[in-house]
Design a protein around this ligand. Structure first.
Ligand code: ADP
Length: 460
């Protein structure tokens, strides 16, 4: 049986006292434990010099191998090209894309360095599975070092259409790097179509009869594998959470008002500003709703070293102050905004206590919160998911109330519809979404990807 090597920008090294691992982390760890393997990547540490060799930590059948990056790497690779160039581009926010050649060079250089650190750990039969936009050039760099193993890649973000991809200076360099993988996994069929379209129009490549793709003198496969969650784990966690003091404290504070909830990292792709504006629209269109709901938005800050994220926080807080100022009374404010970290169990309890889950990203690869929200519901009295049609999850969760996240009045009307929705309709919509979540869990996702990777031709 071949070993598995997973590679991601950050490695889920188990540490004493750490909170319960997230779904992806546990799924990858489980896949690694099945046949033994290595999880390789950046330690998250920035030190004056890069590591000369990986720091190895063995836990059972899994070895965690991490390396430190230097301050220039952190600036150019992580904050720069990955988060100022690729992230906004992949989410179709062209106005936020910054481009500096030095950062592109830094991005490639870190991938080259990571390949050099990883190569000596690779054995001939190992399967290698690389994750996300930080590491697109990794396979190409490994190939340059003579690694011929099967290497797969999964992109957790969306892949935008060709017309947006070509806005990236030197886009062919990135797209060529993709083709060094034997298998490219994307979240949706839309992403696959975008990839094929780019290859046909820009790379003069073609789709072969057996479904493989030939471009840049290489052969690869592009398949949609929508990521799932630990569905049963969330059902259990949400049920347990209802008995915790934290959930009780929240429920008591609601004073029998219906709860609307949103949970997202503070990121411009999540559309939080539009959601606050939607509350304004809701209350101006249906003033009788004032005092009858509480909207809790939980948004832990992220990437606060990037200026556009600092600007976003100021902007969101401005709109929040405006809406709360306009509608609050002495005993009620429409929006509660929480930036403190909240445990996953507490989140599940909050989801289950709510009537409406608001998940309205402007663009999202999948959006796991949407799936976690559905799995957390009480089957007897489920809440309603209001979901952006531009989240990958919308391709699967078709019985959510789907909205255009750019239109606050459409979101406001959807919230109103959700608040008014009768029990039968709520149950019916929820039941259909739950079937989807049970049919495609995070374990199915990793098993399907690895099966497809094994089925690609071994290189000679
Ligand atoms: P993204 O990967 O862009 O942040 P997703 O919705 O796909 O968006 O994934 C976010 C993950 O982080 C989910 O699993 C969610 O439960 C978790 N999460 C988000 N906010 C919090 C929070 N405040 N505390 C703990 N976990 C959170």
């Amino acid at each position: 049986m071949s070993r598995l090597i997973t590679v991601s920008n950050r490695v889920g090294v188990p540490t004493a006292g750490a909170t319960r691992a997230g779904g992806l982390e546990s799924a990858l760890r489980e896949a690694l434990e099945a046949g033994g393997g290595i999880w390789f990547g950046w330690s998250g540490e920035v030190t004056p010099e890069r590591s000369e060799s990986p720091i190895m930590l063995k836990k059972g059948k899994v070895t965690f191998a991490t390396v430190n990056l230097n301050p220039t790497d952190y600036q150019e690779y992580y904050l720069g090209y990955a988060n100022r160039t690729l992230w906004p581009l992949l989410h179709s926010h062209l106005g936020l894309v910054e481009f500096h050649r030095s950062q592109l060079r830094g991005y490639i250089a870190v991938n080259e360095y990571l390949a050099k650190m990883l190569a000596p750990l690779i054995e001939p039969d190992d399967l290698i599975w690389v994750h996300d936009y930080h590491l697109i050039p990794l396979a190409d760099e490994l190939r340059k070092l003579g690694i011929t193993n099967r290497i797969g890649f999964f992109l957790h973000t969306p892949l935008p259409p060709t017309d947006i991809l070509v806005a990236l200076p030197h886009h062919e360099l990135i797209m060529r790097a993709f083709c060094a993988y034997d298998l490219i996994g994307l979240q949706t069929e839309n992403g696959v179509r975008a990839f094929l379209d780019y290859i046909a129009r820009e790379a003069n490549g073609r789709l072969e009869f057996d479904g493989s793709l030939s471009a840049y003198g290489r052969l690869t496969r592009v398949i949609a594998f929508p990521i799932g969650i630990d569905t049963q784990g969330f059902v259990d966690m949400a049920t347990r959470a209802m008995r915790t003091a934290e959930t009780r404290k929240l429920r008591n504070s609601l004073d029998s008002r219906r709860l609307i909830v949103g949970v997202d990292r503070l990121d411009y792709s999540k559309g939080v500003r539009n959601r606050f504006e939607a509350i304004d629209e809701l209350l101006s269109e249906w003033p009788e709703e004032a005092g009858h709901f509480t909207y809790l938005q939980i948004s832990p800050p992220s990437r606060s070293d990037v200026e556009s994220y600092q600007a976003l926080r100021r902007e969101v807080e401005g709109v929040l102050g405006h809406v709360n100022g306009k509608y609050s009374d002495v005993d009620w404010a429409p929006i509660r905004f929480v930036v403190r970290p909240v445990s996953r169990t507490a989140l599940a309890g909050i989801f289950r206590s709510s009537r409406v889950g608001l998940v309205t990203p402007l663009r999202d690869g999948m959006n796991l919160v949407a799936k976690e929200y559905v799995a957390s519901q009480d089957p007897e009295d489920p809440g309603v998911l209001v979901l952006s049609r531009f989240a990958g999850a919308a391709a699967e969760l078709k019985t959510a109330v789907l909205v255009n996240p750019l239109d606050p009045s459409e979101i406001g009307a959807a919230i109103h519809q959700a608040l008014k929705m009768g029990l039968n309709e709520r149950r019916e919509r929820w039941g259909l979404m739950m079937e989807v979540l049970r049919g495609n869990t995070i374990d199915d996702w990793s098993a399907n990807f690895l099966k497809a990777l094994k089925a690609t031709r071994p290189l000679d």
